[in-house]
Design a protein around this ligand. Structure first.
Ligand SMILES: *Cc1c(COP(=O)(O)O)cnc(C)c1O
Length: 419
């Protein structure tokens, strides 16, 4: 029942080909060309001995879909191919995947080192749930590499990295930090959701376990939740065992949607990041904007590290509007080609302030302590035409500038009476 997903050794095809063909089985029932959605809760056997062998893992096969399912197994095989991992385990959401990894490898008395800028949900596990289990959690300043190394050297069982971060796009040096963790024998986990396997393969940089929210770029259409974990089989066997019992398994319909989405990952993300670069450059010259975060900008503090460890800079840009939330409230409704929503990684462009997206769980004080100002807006750049997205953002900014100028002029003409 512990179905191991084998990587096709020596698959030298480029990623554009592997997103399409990776992990796919050649022969399906009825000669279907597409992965079937197998919706059976359990799998039946005439031969009781064969059933027993499958249950013991002596023969490949399926017993019960909480443990493994053929459609989900195809997704897992595809992820193995994309991250060049030995084995993968899929979950019902990215948070289910992250939570399973942390619960599999941590226990009372263990110490985890991570950074303050991890995804909001991950941060809640660190601050709320792990301390309750007696796990020591040390969250470092994301940009202070030496401080992270010092905390690792003080004792660390698990190093948890996420890069680029959400929503401020900070970049961590994966290779350097993974090496520091190896020196103390710590397991290294990396969330590769923002970069996607198109741009970054943490396993090749010394990471042991990669996690993904498949809800984002992997599925790519904002219509499904899922998560995937991958790494060596010895580690994934433990994660798979946790999933079997914890029960946060991925359903076959969702697995099918994610498989279908992944086939266009390379096409989508290439288009999205080309537009992201253009929007980031535009925002740098926009008078309404105080600062822009995008690792593809040469002035970005993590640009050199990003260049070294990534093949592309990703499709998420964030920027701070002068005037804070009141300016955000003026700008966002004026955009024509944008959802104003909490997710990211979809084919449509999505704009969202940190207050209602990545850091919705935090108070104003907590956000400010994290350096997330009220004027911060995240763009998840979609696959629309670059020129259309630029024109849309430019017209919205111009309209806000004119409105602000009109209001300022009205104040000059009709000043408030002096008290
Ligand atoms: C969205 C997200 C998650 C959580 O994934 P869900 O599928 O929403 O549970 C984890 N990490 C990052 C970086 C994310 O963007």
């Amino acid at each position: 029942m512990n179905k191991k997903v084998e990587v096709e050794q020596g698959n030298t095809a480029s990623i554009e080909t592997r997103v399409v063909w990776g992990g796919e089985q050649v022969q399906h029932p009825y000669n279907a060309t597409q992965t079937p959605i197998v919706v059976s809760a359990a799998y039946g056997y005439q031969d009781i001995d064969a059933w027993y062998d499958v249950a013991l893992g002596k023969q490949p096969g399926y017993i019960y879909s909480r443990m493994s399912n053929p459609t989900v197994a195809t997704l897992e095989a595809k992820l193995c191919d994309l991250e060049q991992a030995e084995s993968a385990v899929a979950f019902s959401s990215g948070m289910a995947a992250i939570s399973a990894v942390l619960h599999t490898f941590l226990a009372t008395g263990k110490r985890v080192v991570s950074t303050r800028d991890s995804y909001g949900g991950t941060n809640k596990i660190f601050e709320e749930f792990l301390p309750r289990m007696g796990v020591q959690v040390c969250l470092c300043d994301t940009l202070d590499t030496e401080a992270i190394e010092r905390e690792i050297a003080r004792g660390c069982d698990l190093l948890y990295l996420e890069t680029p971060t959400n929503p401020t796009l900070k970049v961590l040096d994966i290779q350097r930090l993974a090496a520091a963790a190896k020196r103390v024998g710590a397991l290294v986990v990396a969330d590769n959701t923002f970069a996607t396997p198109l741009n970054q393969n943490p396993l090749a940089l010394g990471v042991d376990v990669v996690v993904h929210s498949a809800t984002k770029f992997l599925s790519g259409h904002g219509d499904v939740l899922g998560g995937v974990v991958c790494g060596d089989e010895s580690l994934m066997a433990q994660v798979r065992h946790y999933r079997e019992i914890n029960g946060a398994s991925l359903d076959p319909f969702s697995a099918f949607l994610i498989i279908r989405g992944i086939k266009t990952l390379a096409l989508r993300v290439r288009q999205q990041q080309a537009s992201a670069q253009a929007l980031a450059e535009y925002l740098c010259g926009e008078p309404l904007v105080e600062s822009v975060n995008y690792p593809g900008l040469p002035q970005h503090p993590g640009h050199a590290v990003a260049r070294a460890q990534m093949r592309g800079f990703g499709a998420i840009v964030s920027f701070v509007l002068k005037g804070g939330m009141p300016t955000v409230t003026r700008l966002l409704p004026r955009l024509q080609y944008a959802h104003r929503a909490g997710n990211l990684g979809a084919v449509e462009t999505i704009y969202g302030p940190a207050r209602t997206t990545s850091h919705v769980e935090n108070t104003l004080e907590e956000r400010l302590a994290l350096g997330i100002s009220e004027g911060l807006v995240r763009i998840s750049v979609g696959i629309e035409d670059t020129a259309d997205l630029l024109a849309d953002l430019a017209q919205a900014c111009a309209a806000v500038r004119e409105e602000l100028a009109r209001e300022a002029e009205a104040v000059v003409r009709h000043p408030e009476p002096q008290v």
